[in-house]
Design a protein around this ligand. Sequence first.
Ligand SMILES: [Zn+2]
Length: 148
Amino acid sequence: MPNFDFICHECRVTFEELVPFLPDSRSLPCPRCHQPASMVWLRSPGMKPDPYWSGVYDPGLGATINSNAHKRALLAERGLMEMPAREFTRRAEEAPVSPEPEFLKTEEERREFRETAEKTWNDIKYGNVEVPKLKTVDDIVDAPPAGA
Ligand SMILES: [Zn+2]
């Protein structure tokens, strides 16, 4: 099993974990705050030339990677860039944090707001809810006129 990198959604800590190549391994509890942490692509897990080695399945990329050149080509194709763990952590720490909305007066209200926002975002991200399709200009132009 390769070492994969994870980042916590809540406290932003990054950590490595030995996990099998399974979709369920993409999320683990954070060792610091126990909130969900997601697998991230930071570097190749154990890239070594080996004639008997057929590659590593990367769940983030959804592909089996068999060389550094193959990995670079896949990343470029998808508009992604590889980032060392230290750089990833630095950027996560420096990322701007949204201020708490002023209408939330108590800690209880702020906690409830954060939990609802996080649940909503996760539902959208993991496809648990259907996001309504926005109307485009074509939808409006092709629609028959009202009363026709
Ligand atoms: Zn955490």
